[in-house]
Write a protein of this length. Structure first.
Length: 174
């Protein structure tokens, strides 16, 4: 059954639209820092076999033969990601990007503060990934693709024109 014509039921709503995730820029930055700290405190682990020969030995107290672990867990840097941050704060990347776009042309003080924090979050994520890849802690190829970095070289002929191939011997160039 449809609502009656001319109804005013919408006025009875206590709120309209989705609640804001953050009431202040400071709270957004604090939660982002919590996520960054969580990434630092929870690295990935790589299991690697010990390269030297480890011999079994007897425990002095019990006389039991102990076989040392031949594998070791090495902590690996966990990269900061916008997707991870969004999962941490309970939204998706589209919501975060739309929120950022809404702040672009606003002149009020709160929008400027939020915009500054969103920019700082993006720069922190970029810097951590770039530094981790440059120092060898993260895979440089994957991070370069993720950050949009590329090393392209375009080959052209004289004055930016087409490359001309000349036949040197009796071979056919195709």
């Amino acid at each position: 059954m449809a609502a009656p014509k001319g109804n005013q039921f919408w006025k009875l709503r206590s709120k309209h639209g989705r609640d804001k995730l953050f009431n202040s820029p400071g709270l957004l930055w604090r939660v982002a820092c919590e996520y960054f700290q969580w990434c630092d405190d929870n690295p990935f682990y790589e299991v690697e076999q010990v390269k030297s020969t480890v011999k079994p030995y007897k425990d002095k107290d019990t006389g039991e033969v102990i076989f040392p672990n031949q594998f070791v867990e090495l902590p690996k840097m966990r990269p900061y990601t916008l997707q991870g941050l969004c999962l941490y704060i309970g939204c998706n990347v589209k919501y975060f990007n739309d929120f950022d776009k809404q702040l672009e042309n606003k002149e009020d003080e709160a929008s400027k503060d939020f915009s500054e924090i969103v920019t700082r979050i993006r720069e922190t994520i970029y810097n951590q990934k770039f530094s981790g890849a440059a120092s060898g802690f993260l895979n440089p190829n994957i991070i370069a693709r993720d950050l949009g970095l590329s090393d392209r070289q375009e080959l052209t002929g004289k004055d930016g024109g087409e490359i001309v191939l000349k036949q040197i011997t009796g071979m056919v160039v195709k």
